[in-house]
Design a protein around this ligand. Structure first.
Ligand code: ADP
Ligand code: ADP
Length: 232
């Protein structure tokens, strides 16, 4: 599903060029649940943004579902992003002035889904996420865990093949974080959504099936969680 070949990303300032990703290679198959770990500034968010086509590499090739993303027009990239990729963030990024239901509905409006169908899809997801009673509340009236639930609902309402999560539990208490991780695991196992999460939490990383460690823009290790657990 995802194939990165010799990816480079750098930023130039007055005096020097600094590399965020160096000669980075990665393959991820459909249906995987991958955790990415590494120190602050290692390039994790940049990697996730390139995979989600929110950012472009300076060099290298990126194939997404066998399509050469590095050659696609901006318009095509937006289309790909809209149809196949869902994003969730550490700080939720909900729209404060919109209710829970309206937040979840937003991607469907961009996608051009008709109003009646949108309402039905949102109602269905609210029901599945046990949030029917909260549908008319605003984000500020919810706990962090509930806000992230809305973030996930919004990310999966358009049935993406790939869900990218940039520290989804970074702003949550550990019990709320655990609930979110259980939900991601369920979405992966029961609906086959491919998930890539960035996390600083060793325990939460193990909800994935594979852990990739990054330092200074380079891959340090890439191991199945089962192997890691055997080593303990
Ligand atoms: P960003 O991806 O927005 O650049 P960082 O990855 O630098 O942000 O950090 C995101 C959050 O994770 C911050 O709230 C920071 O306090 C926290 N964090 C950063 N490094 C660590 C770490 N080694 N262990 C635990 N938390 C960390
Ligand atoms: P991580 O998510 O692992 O914390 P990031 O991918 O956010 O790392 O950032 C990697 C490096 O790229 C950091 O050193 C950061 O300062 C740098 N960086 C990110 N965005 C920019 C930018 N727009 N301009 C210059 N440097 C940037």
């Amino acid at each position: 599903m995802i194939q990165l070949n010799d990816i480079f990303k750098y930023y130039d300032n007055k005096f020097q060029r600094s590399y965020v990703l160096k000669d980075f290679c990665l393959n991820i198959n459909e249906g995987e649940f991958v955790s990415i770990m590494g120190p602050s500034g290692a390039g994790k968010s940049t990697l996730l943004n390139i995979i989600g086509m929110l950012d472009v590499a300076d060099d290298g090739e990126y194939f997404f579902m066998d399509q050469p993303a590095h050659k696609l027009s901006d318009k095509k990239k937006v289309e790909f992003h809209r149809n196949y990729v869902g994003f969730i963030f550490q700080a939720f990024h909900l729209i404060d002035e919109m209710t829970v239901a309206e937040n979840i509905e937003t991607p469907l409006i961009y996608k051009g889904v008709k109003s009646k169908e949108r309402k039905a899809m949102v109602a269905d997801l609210l029901d599945r996420f046990n949030m029917v009673a909260k549908k008319d509340l605003f984000p500020a009236q919810l706990s962090g865990g509930q806000q992230q639930l809305v973030g996930i609902a919004r990310a999966i309402i358009s049935k993406p093949k790939l869900l990218l999560a940039d520290e989804p539990t970074g702003n949550l208490h550990s019990d709320q974080g655990k609930e979110i991780m259980k939900l991601l695991k369920k979405l992966n196992e029961e609906e086959g959504i491919t998930i890539i999460q960035v996390t600083h939490n060793e325990e939460f990383a193990q909800y994935g099936k594979r852990i990739i460690r990054i330092e200074d823009g380079m891959k340090k290790s890439d191991l199945p969680v089962a192997t890691l657990l055997e080593q303990v």
